[in-house]
Design a protein around this ligand. Sequence first.
Ligand code: SF4
Length: 329
Amino acid sequence: MTERVLTGDRVTGKLHLGHYVGSLQNRVALQDRYETFILLADVQALTTHFEKPDVIRTHLREIALDYLAVGIDPEKATLFVQSMIPEIAELTVFFSMLVTINTLRHNPTVKAESKADGLDEMTYGFLGYPVSQAADIAFCKATLVPVGEDQLPHLELARKIVRRFNELYKPVLAEPKPMVGDMPRLIGTDGSAKMSKSLGNAIELDCTSEELARKIKRAATDPARVHLGDRGHPDICPIYAYHRAFRAEGAPEIREGCERGTMGCSACKERLTKDLDLLVEPMRERRARYAAKPKEVDAMLAAGTERARGVARETMREVREAMSLDYFG
Ligand code: SF4
């Protein structure tokens, strides 16, 4: 049986090069090897953006365009909208009986995220979003879930919930396995540990050539390099990290030039700008083509959502039967 992959994004902002390196390019490869379901997680976005539904509405389409721009093919992968699958909400309620409040409170990722978002008090929805994620995975019986290290606690919880369900009622759900790849986390243009739109250190996938050049020009470098001839430390420089992530074959030469002080930062940045522009240009073109046909994009999302919904209905029929909640046949 073909393995099924579930992956996706919270729809709170446009996608950037960090997403490309960390997950999008991997998804483009996955769609050829597995049955791939890609979730536009608008309900999960509500956990932090419940007062700004318009932001979610806008970004849903922007992210769909980002997916198409990087080469995700709706003929191969099922792209769907989380809130349009009510069965996920139903499964979340059933799953919520199988998880204690303490388990959720002690989830290290939930703790770290609530701190990062400056939440003094967590809502019920925020605290419980890992349960909703378990339902996202289980409704389509995904067997593989690509995750970063920080998402492993969520996947472990999903596995526990599925196991508990299967043992308690009937083994109708698939226990998902993590796919922890060597997907690197891209640092921000300011040199901070993570590229993130909210930190203002991201290069968006839809940026123009001019924006790209400006962002690279302003990006941090090794502060020890003031003059050409100063020896640099590429490992603390975001520009070197990008060379390595996007054109690994040229990275040894950059390292050598930086460490010996023979390559100037301006020349190093110019080379990176050229390479990134070559990478992003076909994405810009694809994005523009799809952006000119918003009705087609909506129809594609609606078709993917309908397909996912069919799978969800079948799973919930089995879930209800397993739980003896199938009252009227
Ligand atoms: S030469 Fe390149 S890698 Fe070295 S500090 Fe300058 S920008 Fe960074």
